[in-house]
Design a protein around this ligand. Sequence first.
Ligand SMILES: [Zn+2]
Length: 538
Amino acid sequence: MQCLLATETQTTDFAALLHKIYLLDDLNNVALNYDPMQKYLVLILTCMTFINTQCRQQSATTHKPDTLATEVAQQAFNQYAAYKEPAIRNRRFKPEDIVPLLQQLKQNPLYEVEVAGKSVEDRDIYLVKAGTGKTKVMLWSQMHGDESTATMALFDLFNFLQQSDELDTIRQQILQNTTLYMVPMLNPDGAAQFKRRNAFEIDLNRDALRLQSPEARLLKSLRDSLNPEFGFNLHDQSRYYTVGSTSKPATISFLAPAFDYAQTVDTVRGRAMRTIVGMNEALQQLAPGHVAKYSDEHEPRAFGDNIQKWGTSVILIESGGYKNDPEKQYIRQLNFASIVSALYLIAKEDYEKYQLEDYYKIPENERNLFDLVLRKVQYQEEGQTILLDVGIIRDEVDALKAPQGFYYRSSVQEIGDMSVFYGYEEINVEDLTLVPGKVYEQPFKSIDQLTAARARKLLADGYTTVRVEKLPAASANPLDLPLNVTSKSAKVNHNLRMSGGANFVLKEADGQVRYAIVNGFVYDLQDDKPALFHGIKL
Ligand SMILES: [Zn+2]
């Protein structure tokens, strides 16, 4: 009842109103013929109506929720090390990596763990239940097999819920007021290969109507049989998305999916929108300016849109990118804190206190980022010197032998005026000239001949690629070498062009090479070789 603490203006308004009642009463006393009791009742009723109106006005404009959602997120974030599941350390874990963790959960009476269904390739899909509260909440992750950030966060959540520490009040609120149904990897076949689609090559998020995949049928049947009030649809999005037109990556984007093209807001969608406003507020203190909203456009085949239509308030969480977090472990932490704060809001029904219009104030996703932007380089083309910005994207390529299961293959994806775009890494190279990397024609016997010092000398001389007599095997990528290698006879051209490789040197006016750019990585030759810098077999 914060609204009883009326402001000075309101007190004055109230006094004026009372005064009016008495004046009116004086004038009409005889005509209305009130007895003292009636007069008293009229006065009480008028006062109550006034207070009620003031309360409603205040809650619609200035009332701040008295919830501790922001504090909950902060505490969950601060204590995160105690909950982080240590068995999962990078994004490309496999279905078989989570099975022992789920078997372990079974030992704890807090959890009911069951195999709820099977994938196309007969892998188990698990359902974990916790809590005894009246509000049912369903959370499903990794419907797209290569979107694993929230799966990691769900395992952290399992650890959080079963521990006992100073956050007990929070977890008890959640466990006593909600019942959680969690599917921590809906598409295990996709996850096994770290690819988006399932084993039918169907995008499960376009199969909500036809239900041709067993994974999609499972999600639909769980939704229909449990009929949860809330659903969390947990995904990853491109790391190149920004918060509106800012330079900040959209590290977390939210959406209350629209169930029709008109983007109608009914009670069900409204609840999701209000919860998102609370989650946004909580996240803003942890990662200021890094929260965006996914496009509200309706997609009739998607699960989020349909589950919203079927009566469950759906909240989409998309984990994007963050500088120097390729394995998304910081993003996982944000995801965890955000889910805990949302569950707390739902447990206390505090989402009701947030305003719908604040949902629309969250900036939308835009795609304005590149991995690397070279600003204002000079480039010689057709005998002319032109001023260019160059945007480079580092694509992930699967590689079993690589420590994290992939390597980078980079390409040029923008050339020209990039003043409206940003890079995770940017170098302003005004006055430097971009020259295509040269190929060292005299073949080396094998890459073993290339010491670090020799490789550095080659870069300083303008070479980004060497020829070798004995090419390494196809599985050699990424090369443990700051150069690309190619065969004795392969045709290689490192000229600057769209979708071409990013292999250049940037020269000072006196012709000295300042930066070598190999496979999209920057090596400042006045400095040590960066940790992340590898060539590839071309
Ligand atoms: Zn997705």
